[in-house]
Design a protein around this ligand. Structure first.
Ligand code: GUN
Length: 294
Protein backbone atom coordinates (compact mmCIF):
# COMPACT_ATOMS: atom_id res chain seq x y z
CA UNK A 1 0.00 0.00 0.00
CA UNK A 2 1.37 3.48 -0.79
CA UNK A 3 2.48 5.58 2.18
CA UNK A 4 0.27 8.01 4.06
CA UNK A 5 0.53 11.57 2.76
CA UNK A 6 1.30 14.03 5.56
CA UNK A 7 -0.88 17.02 4.72
CA UNK A 8 0.94 20.16 5.87
CA UNK A 9 -1.87 22.43 4.69
CA UNK A 10 -4.47 20.73 6.90
CA UNK A 11 -2.15 20.53 9.92
CA UNK A 12 -1.30 24.16 9.40
CA UNK A 13 -5.00 25.12 9.37
CA UNK A 14 -5.52 23.18 12.62
CA UNK A 15 -2.60 24.91 14.32
CA UNK A 16 -3.68 28.34 13.10
CA UNK A 17 -7.14 27.76 14.58
CA UNK A 18 -5.49 26.91 17.93
CA UNK A 19 -3.40 30.08 17.64
CA UNK A 20 -6.52 32.20 17.12
CA UNK A 21 -7.85 30.82 20.40
CA UNK A 22 -4.59 31.65 22.20
CA UNK A 23 -4.68 35.17 20.73
CA UNK A 24 -8.18 35.60 22.15
CA UNK A 25 -6.94 34.62 25.62
CA UNK A 26 -4.11 37.16 25.33
CA UNK A 27 -6.57 39.85 24.30
CA UNK A 28 -8.20 39.54 27.74
CA UNK A 29 -4.88 40.83 29.14
CA UNK A 30 -4.82 43.60 26.50
CA UNK A 31 -1.92 41.92 24.66
CA UNK A 32 -1.90 41.59 20.89
CA UNK A 33 1.20 39.67 19.71
CA UNK A 34 3.22 41.64 17.20
CA UNK A 35 5.79 40.27 14.76
CA UNK A 36 8.38 42.73 13.42
CA UNK A 37 10.30 41.76 10.31
CA UNK A 38 13.20 43.40 8.54
CA UNK A 39 14.12 42.78 4.93
CA UNK A 40 17.11 44.46 3.31
CA UNK A 41 17.62 44.75 -0.44
CA UNK A 42 15.96 43.66 -3.64
CA UNK A 43 15.76 39.88 -3.50
CA UNK A 44 12.36 39.09 -5.05
CA UNK A 45 12.11 35.65 -3.41
CA UNK A 46 12.74 37.11 0.05
CA UNK A 47 10.20 39.91 -0.54
CA UNK A 48 7.48 37.45 -1.49
CA UNK A 49 8.30 35.26 1.51
CA UNK A 50 7.98 38.29 3.83
CA UNK A 51 4.62 39.20 2.26
CA UNK A 52 3.48 35.66 3.01
CA UNK A 53 4.49 36.08 6.65
CA UNK A 54 2.70 39.43 6.86
CA UNK A 55 -0.51 37.99 5.41
CA UNK A 56 -0.36 35.00 7.74
CA UNK A 57 -0.03 37.17 10.86
CA UNK A 58 -3.25 39.00 10.01
CA UNK A 59 -5.07 35.71 9.40
CA UNK A 60 -4.56 34.58 13.01
CA UNK A 61 -5.14 38.01 14.57
CA UNK A 62 -1.52 39.05 15.13
CA UNK A 63 -0.11 42.46 14.35
CA UNK A 64 2.88 42.82 12.09
CA UNK A 65 5.34 45.54 11.23
CA UNK A 66 7.45 44.76 8.18
CA UNK A 67 10.27 47.13 7.34
CA UNK A 68 11.84 47.06 3.87
CA UNK A 69 15.28 48.69 3.83
CA UNK A 70 17.40 49.64 0.79
CA UNK A 71 20.14 47.40 -0.63
CA UNK A 72 22.90 49.87 0.46
CA UNK A 73 21.74 50.09 4.10
CA UNK A 74 24.59 49.88 6.63
CA UNK A 75 25.32 47.28 9.27
CA UNK A 76 25.47 49.99 11.94
CA UNK A 77 22.02 51.35 11.11
CA UNK A 78 20.56 47.85 10.97
CA UNK A 79 21.92 47.00 14.42
CA UNK A 80 20.45 50.27 15.75
CA UNK A 81 17.06 49.39 14.28
CA UNK A 82 17.11 45.92 15.83
CA UNK A 83 18.07 47.37 19.22
CA UNK A 84 15.07 49.72 19.00
CA UNK A 85 12.76 46.78 18.31
CA UNK A 86 14.33 44.87 21.23
CA UNK A 87 13.36 47.71 23.56
CA UNK A 88 9.75 48.10 22.36
CA UNK A 89 7.18 46.50 24.68
CA UNK A 90 4.61 46.18 21.89
CA UNK A 91 6.92 43.98 19.73
CA UNK A 92 7.04 40.31 20.77
CA UNK A 93 8.85 38.65 17.87
CA UNK A 94 11.61 39.90 15.57
CA UNK A 95 13.07 38.35 12.43
CA UNK A 96 15.59 39.54 9.85
CA UNK A 97 14.97 37.91 6.49
CA UNK A 98 17.98 36.04 5.11
CA UNK A 99 20.06 36.23 3.03
CA UNK A 100 21.34 39.74 3.72
CA UNK A 101 23.30 41.75 1.11
CA UNK A 102 27.07 41.06 1.16
CA UNK A 103 28.11 44.12 3.25
CA UNK A 104 26.43 42.61 6.34
CA UNK A 105 27.93 40.37 8.95
CA UNK A 106 25.00 37.98 9.28
CA UNK A 107 26.15 36.42 12.56
CA UNK A 108 26.49 39.83 14.23
CA UNK A 109 23.06 40.88 12.99
CA UNK A 110 21.36 37.72 14.27
CA UNK A 111 23.18 37.98 17.61
CA UNK A 112 21.72 41.48 18.13
CA UNK A 113 18.13 40.22 18.27
CA UNK A 114 17.00 39.76 21.88
CA UNK A 115 16.78 35.98 22.59
CA UNK A 116 13.35 36.61 24.18
CA UNK A 117 12.09 37.89 20.80
CA UNK A 118 14.18 35.59 18.59
CA UNK A 119 11.23 33.79 17.00
CA UNK A 120 13.44 32.45 14.18
CA UNK A 121 15.73 30.76 16.72
CA UNK A 122 18.93 31.89 14.98
CA UNK A 123 20.53 33.72 17.95
CA UNK A 124 23.56 31.79 19.28
CA UNK A 125 21.92 31.64 22.72
CA UNK A 126 18.80 30.02 21.21
CA UNK A 127 20.99 27.56 19.26
CA UNK A 128 23.01 26.67 22.37
CA UNK A 129 19.94 26.27 24.55
CA UNK A 130 18.34 24.00 21.99
CA UNK A 131 21.40 21.71 21.88
CA UNK A 132 21.39 21.65 25.69
CA UNK A 133 17.75 20.55 25.67
CA UNK A 134 16.63 23.79 27.30
CA UNK A 135 13.56 25.80 26.38
CA UNK A 136 14.28 28.09 23.43
CA UNK A 137 12.93 29.15 20.09
CA UNK A 138 14.05 26.87 17.26
CA UNK A 139 14.03 27.62 13.53
CA UNK A 140 10.63 27.30 11.89
CA UNK A 141 11.41 24.49 9.44
CA UNK A 142 12.69 21.92 11.96
CA UNK A 143 9.98 23.03 14.40
CA UNK A 144 7.40 22.44 11.66
CA UNK A 145 8.81 19.01 10.80
CA UNK A 146 8.72 17.87 14.44
CA UNK A 147 5.18 19.20 14.88
CA UNK A 148 4.03 17.39 11.71
CA UNK A 149 5.54 14.11 12.88
CA UNK A 150 4.05 14.41 16.37
CA UNK A 151 0.56 15.38 15.19
CA UNK A 152 0.52 12.61 12.55
CA UNK A 153 1.45 9.89 15.03
CA UNK A 154 5.08 9.47 13.88
CA UNK A 155 6.69 11.29 16.80
CA UNK A 156 7.99 8.14 18.50
CA UNK A 157 11.51 7.98 17.07
CA UNK A 158 13.27 6.50 20.08
CA UNK A 159 16.44 4.70 18.93
CA UNK A 160 15.34 4.93 15.32
CA UNK A 161 17.73 6.19 12.68
CA UNK A 162 17.09 9.69 11.34
CA UNK A 163 19.13 10.60 8.26
CA UNK A 164 19.13 14.29 7.36
CA UNK A 165 20.41 15.29 3.92
CA UNK A 166 21.26 18.90 4.82
CA UNK A 167 23.84 20.37 7.16
CA UNK A 168 22.91 24.06 7.28
CA UNK A 169 21.93 26.29 10.20
CA UNK A 170 18.29 26.64 9.11
CA UNK A 171 17.36 22.98 8.74
CA UNK A 172 19.92 20.19 9.28
CA UNK A 173 21.72 21.29 12.42
CA UNK A 174 18.68 22.56 14.38
CA UNK A 175 16.68 19.45 13.40
CA UNK A 176 19.51 17.24 14.66
CA UNK A 177 19.39 19.12 17.98
CA UNK A 178 15.66 18.43 18.32
CA UNK A 179 15.95 14.77 17.32
CA UNK A 180 18.71 13.98 19.81
CA UNK A 181 16.83 15.71 22.63
CA UNK A 182 16.21 13.28 25.49
CA UNK A 183 12.45 13.23 24.88
CA UNK A 184 12.99 12.03 21.29
CA UNK A 185 16.26 10.06 21.50
CA UNK A 186 16.69 9.27 17.80
CA UNK A 187 20.03 8.20 16.34
CA UNK A 188 21.09 10.83 13.85
CA UNK A 189 23.22 11.02 10.72
CA UNK A 190 23.78 14.37 9.02
CA UNK A 191 24.75 14.00 5.37
CA UNK A 192 26.15 16.53 2.95
CA UNK A 193 24.11 16.20 -0.27
CA UNK A 194 27.38 15.68 -2.22
CA UNK A 195 28.66 12.92 -0.01
CA UNK A 196 29.91 9.92 -2.03
CA UNK A 197 27.64 6.89 -1.78
CA UNK A 198 24.84 8.95 -0.22
CA UNK A 199 22.44 6.02 -0.80
CA UNK A 200 24.44 3.90 1.66
CA UNK A 201 23.23 6.35 4.32
CA UNK A 202 19.72 7.11 3.07
CA UNK A 203 18.88 3.39 2.78
CA UNK A 204 19.41 3.08 6.54
CA UNK A 205 16.90 5.81 7.37
CA UNK A 206 13.75 5.15 9.39
CA UNK A 207 13.18 8.89 9.10
CA UNK A 208 14.65 10.57 6.02
CA UNK A 209 14.63 14.38 5.84
CA UNK A 210 15.89 15.97 2.64
CA UNK A 211 16.55 19.65 1.93
CA UNK A 212 19.02 19.70 -0.95
CA UNK A 213 17.13 21.71 -3.59
CA UNK A 214 17.77 19.12 -6.29
CA UNK A 215 14.65 17.97 -8.12
CA UNK A 216 13.74 14.31 -7.51
CA UNK A 217 17.22 13.73 -6.05
CA UNK A 218 16.11 10.87 -3.79
CA UNK A 219 14.89 7.94 -5.87
CA UNK A 220 13.06 4.81 -4.72
CA UNK A 221 16.22 2.67 -4.76
CA UNK A 222 17.75 5.06 -2.17
CA UNK A 223 15.17 4.37 0.58
CA UNK A 224 14.16 1.36 2.59
CA UNK A 225 10.61 0.04 2.85
CA UNK A 226 8.67 1.68 5.68
CA UNK A 227 10.63 4.95 5.68
CA UNK A 228 9.03 8.17 6.89
CA UNK A 229 10.12 10.58 4.15
CA UNK A 230 10.14 14.35 4.72
CA UNK A 231 10.86 16.64 1.80
CA UNK A 232 11.84 20.29 2.15
CA UNK A 233 13.03 20.74 -1.45
CA UNK A 234 11.82 23.71 -3.48
CA UNK A 235 12.57 23.19 -7.16
CA UNK A 236 10.82 24.80 -10.10
CA UNK A 237 11.00 22.50 -13.12
CA UNK A 238 9.79 23.13 -16.65
CA UNK A 239 6.36 21.62 -17.33
CA UNK A 240 4.60 22.58 -20.55
CA UNK A 241 1.33 21.07 -19.29
CA UNK A 242 1.26 23.50 -16.34
CA UNK A 243 -0.41 26.91 -16.75
CA UNK A 244 2.74 28.87 -15.88
CA UNK A 245 5.03 26.52 -17.86
CA UNK A 246 6.74 25.27 -14.70
CA UNK A 247 5.90 23.20 -11.67
CA UNK A 248 7.11 22.99 -8.09
CA UNK A 249 8.66 19.64 -7.14
CA UNK A 250 10.57 18.44 -4.12
CA UNK A 251 13.86 16.62 -3.64
CA UNK A 252 12.15 13.24 -3.35
CA UNK A 253 10.84 11.35 -6.38
CA UNK A 254 7.38 11.39 -4.84
CA UNK A 255 5.28 8.60 -6.36
CA UNK A 256 7.92 5.81 -6.52
CA UNK A 257 9.21 6.65 -3.02
CA UNK A 258 5.64 6.77 -1.69
CA UNK A 259 5.19 3.16 -2.85
CA UNK A 260 7.87 2.10 -0.35
CA UNK A 261 7.22 4.66 2.39
CA UNK A 262 5.08 4.41 5.50
CA UNK A 263 4.47 8.15 5.30
CA UNK A 264 5.66 10.99 3.07
CA UNK A 265 5.31 14.76 2.83
CA UNK A 266 4.31 16.19 -0.56
CA UNK A 267 5.74 19.26 -2.31
CA UNK A 268 3.87 21.55 -2.42
CA UNK A 269 1.62 21.17 0.62
CA UNK A 270 3.95 19.40 3.04
CA UNK A 271 6.56 21.07 5.24
CA UNK A 272 6.28 24.44 3.43
CA UNK A 273 2.95 25.58 4.93
CA UNK A 274 4.15 24.52 8.38
CA UNK A 275 7.14 26.89 8.46
CA UNK A 276 5.23 30.17 8.45
CA UNK A 277 2.73 28.70 10.90
CA UNK A 278 5.54 27.86 13.33
CA UNK A 279 6.83 31.44 13.13
CA UNK A 280 3.33 32.63 14.12
CA UNK A 281 3.25 30.09 16.90
CA UNK A 282 6.60 31.31 18.26
CA UNK A 283 5.35 34.91 18.20
CA UNK A 284 2.26 33.96 20.21
CA UNK A 285 4.50 32.02 22.60
CA UNK A 286 6.79 35.05 23.05
CA UNK A 287 3.76 37.22 23.87
CA UNK A 288 2.41 34.60 26.28
CA UNK A 289 5.73 34.44 28.12
CA UNK A 290 5.74 38.18 28.50
CA UNK A 291 2.12 38.25 29.67
CA UNK A 292 2.76 35.09 31.75
CA UNK A 293 -0.54 33.51 30.68
CA UNK A 294 0.76 30.09 29.61
N1 GUN B 1 15.41 32.82 4.64
C1 GUN B 1 15.03 31.58 4.28
N2 GUN B 1 14.35 30.97 5.28
C2 GUN B 1 14.31 31.85 6.30
C3 GUN B 1 13.75 31.81 7.59
O1 GUN B 1 13.16 30.82 8.04
N3 GUN B 1 13.90 32.93 8.34
C4 GUN B 1 14.56 34.03 7.88
N4 GUN B 1 14.68 35.07 8.70
N5 GUN B 1 15.11 34.10 6.69
C5 GUN B 1 14.98 33.01 5.89
Amino acid sequence: MPGVILDGRQLSRDIRQELRERVTVLAASAVVPKLAGIIVGDDAGSASYVRLKEKATAEVGLLSEMCHLPQDYTQRDLLTRISELNRRADVHGIFVQLPLPPQFNESAVLATISPAKDVDGFHPESVGRSWLGQESFVPATPAGIMEMLRRSGYGDLRHRHAVIVNVDNLVGKPLAALLCHESVSANITLCHPDTPCLADWTRQADLLVVAANRPRFITADMVKRGVIAVDFGTNYVQDTSAKQGYRLVGDIDFEPVREKAEAITPVPGGVGPMTVTMLLSHTVEAAERLAAVS
